[in-house]
Design a protein around this ligand. Sequence first.
Ligand code: HDD
Length: 715
Amino acid sequence: MNIFTLEGVSIKKQEKKGRKKIKDLKKNREYPEKKALTTDQGVKVSHTDDSLKVGVRGPTLLEDFHFREKITHFDHERIPERIVHARGTGVHGYFECYEDMSKYTRAKFLEKPGKITPVFVRFSTVAGFRGSADTARDVRGFATKFYTEEGNYDLVGNNIPVFFIQDAIKFPDFIHSVKPEPDTEIPQASSAHDTFYDFITSATETSNMLMWVLSDRGIPRSYRMMEGFSVNTFRFVNAEGKGRFIKFIWKPLLGVHSLVWDESHKLGGIDPDFHRSDLFDAIDNGDYPEYELYVQMVEEEDEHKFEFDILDPTKHWPEEVIKPMKIGKLVLNKNPDNFFAEVEQVAFCPGNVVPGIDFSNDPLLQGRLFSYIDTQLIRLGGPNFHEIPINRPLAPVHNHQRDGHHRMTINTGKTSYSPNSLGDNYPEPVPGEDGGYEHYMEKVEGKKIRDRSEKFKDHFSQASSFYNSMSPTEKEHIIKAFRFEVGKVESFEVRQKMVDQLAKIDLEMSQQVALGIGVKSPSEGVDSKESNNFPSFSMANTVKNTVKTRKVAILAENGFNYKELTAVKDALQQAGATPEVISRHMGTIKSDDGQEIEVDHSFISTSSVEYDALYIPGGRQSFNELKKQDRTFSFLNEAYEHCKAIAASGAGVDLLRDSNISGVSCANYESEIVDDKGVITTLNNIDWDDFTRLFIEAIAEHRHWEREEEMMYCI
Ligand code: HDD
């Protein structure tokens, strides 16, 4: 027999036949995935609209395995929501290292400029349930999972640099106080209630963070426009084993901006998904949010040289005292494909660190290290949550962990213990110099004790500094926020205690708050002007140099002036903003010279709080139509009250005159362009470059707070 044949058929022919067979098999196996409906066991289903019954009017049969599987799966679709940070959204992206940080840390993702590491980021609010509104006043979570070549590193931070409590043992008390009250489950996603302020006034270490949360930082305009902080103190450790204390800061390239309190309330009803869709839309449009990563470092020998204890998480490290160093950039460029699989199932833990990043003895951090894994055991149903795709490291995983609910890995071989000889001692520990994690060898000595260091006991001086560092507008907003929040507290005693506590931060502020909430005004207290002033604490001092991704409403009806509308729209688009035309009906409108444009929204499907700025072009007929509609004026008046940039040209200016806007000078025929408190107007046929430039600058400013001085209606 010819050695190149088998049973008389040439090997080549047999191979060809074999390949075809495999192809056919594959085709068949792919079919159900692509098209056919199957059970979870892969059995094709022939009918899914009726359960299996005895006759058309008879009882349903238990043997209908497709029905039982479908309903059982559905019954178990919900998993427990996170006990805190339940409401949130997440996105993919990457981190790019700017600096060679090997002098300070052996972490490989920070070793080379240009090095890219994939990430997943989840933003969240803390107190509300999973279905609560995005814009509630609250701290925002900013958690980043870096899928590094050395394993996953989680930076689990917030948009506020300090925390309410100093020791993790108080976390359940604090969270119980801020969550809805247990007898009524009211209020949802709000700290404005008795138990929260009872806790605040009973545990005064909360004072500093309370000031930050009741400032405009508690109501960000967008997840894309807020900072992120590690809050806790960590350590960098380099290859020589030298350690330094560190804190991380994320700074958004779009600047730090907030909503107005009234606006955030309204958005809670009009668009509870405001932040979630803002992030999704930006990424979908290719406007990828970017943040730069900074690190603040403290040499070990300087540990005790500051007014505050660097292990105290209720104290910020002012940038003026410990200068941050810029080390990399985060770019968020991909929305998740499936919200549940990725955003709900992602599991962060501040204990997920890589070689080169280590912990400090910050007592809040030490407690966090225990809590996060523990919570995932119930939330994600067992100890194998690291195998869920979004949590899986890119670095290979080999260890002796076995079994448990939902185990995915099919481990082979007999040995699941270490050391072993039967399996050649595989997998075996790796020494530090070859990339094994070695804990920082800090010398620790002391008695077992339940106490805190002396500097932890100062609960007020940074809160005073914070207030002293605010602009007059920010101070005004803090006072109003207290009047709202504490005004909701029913207990007179708690309201009085809160105001007395505020007097230890700033007497004048406490008196202003007292006036609004019907309690006795304190007569003695601290003058915060005598405390440190740190400009970096104030949002007024953050960058305001871009209008990228800001939404601008253009109100127009049939008969609008085409030249004016397109000049402004084009300029806004060129600057990266998103102008949208709003009219009575969707569809198209025609200009006074017969040109047609698309309408993006009708008045009924949108609202001024969904925009950052407003423009009304000229055109007499358009003016007449707009004037007939109440919604035009509610749009205009609200945009003005919320201190947004407004522009109008030609007949559009007359609408401003007919609205509630008082105290604003508008253009007349003698003046080319008038710019007053962020309201830009012109009546003349002018050089549009100047007009649009002024409008764009006014939008970049984000808010024109000077208007609030004349609008004392809510004080
Ligand atoms: Fe926490 C979630 C941030 C203190 C216990 N925390 C959680 C999330 C963020 C933070 C952003 C949401 C993660 C996600 O999106 O899945 N937490 C912080 C910061 C803190 C802090 C910046 C102070 C420095 N946390 C803290 C303490 C404890 C916890 C003191 C408990 C002792 N945190 C949890 C938790 C959560 C959580 C219960 C709920 C869901 C989860 O972990 O995965 O374990």
